[in-house]
Design a protein around this ligand. Structure first.
Ligand code: AMP
Ligand code: ZN
Length: 111
């Protein structure tokens, strides 16, 4: 999508501190981290909502979760991590391209 910031990062048109990339996704550092380690896992395909999942996208998100788990130690998250997917305005979704926040590197509180 032309004006989507995450599509532009995926395409290499905008810089990002990438820590992982494969055929399904890129993982890069959030520019406004809310934890000591705050990464974003972004599928290369543009869609906004989990309600837009079909069989292919469900498999894609499943592979993303599998690879996040496999790479957690390499991301510095061997002690644990939290995944967050904001959906819609009330949740504070600001980027209209599905993304998984990966939070850790510290003891995380729960509000
Ligand atoms: P959300 O509020 O769930 O839509 O999360 C969007 C996240 O993207 C926020 O945590 C932002 O700090 C982050 N973000 C926005 N633009 C960039 C960018 N160019 N590079 C890295 N992270 C970004
Ligand atoms: Zn996009």
């Amino acid at each position: 999508m032309e004006n989507c910031i995450f599509c532009r990062i995926v395409a290499g048109e905008l810089p990002a501190a990438k820590v992982y990339e494969d055929e399904d996704m890129v993982v890069f550092k959030d520019i406004q981290p809310i934890a000591k380690i705050h990464l974003l896992a972004v599928p290369k395909e543009h869609f906004k909502y989990l309600s837009e999942l079909n069989a292919e996208r469900t498999a894609l998100v499943g592979r993303m979760l599998e690879k996040i788990a496999a790479n957690a130690p390499a991301f510095g998250l061997a002690d644990g991590y939290r995944l967050v997917i904001n959906q819609g305005d009330s949740a504070g979704q600001t980027v209209p391209h599905l993304h998984i926040h990966i939070l850790g590197g510290q003891k995380l509180g729960w509000e």
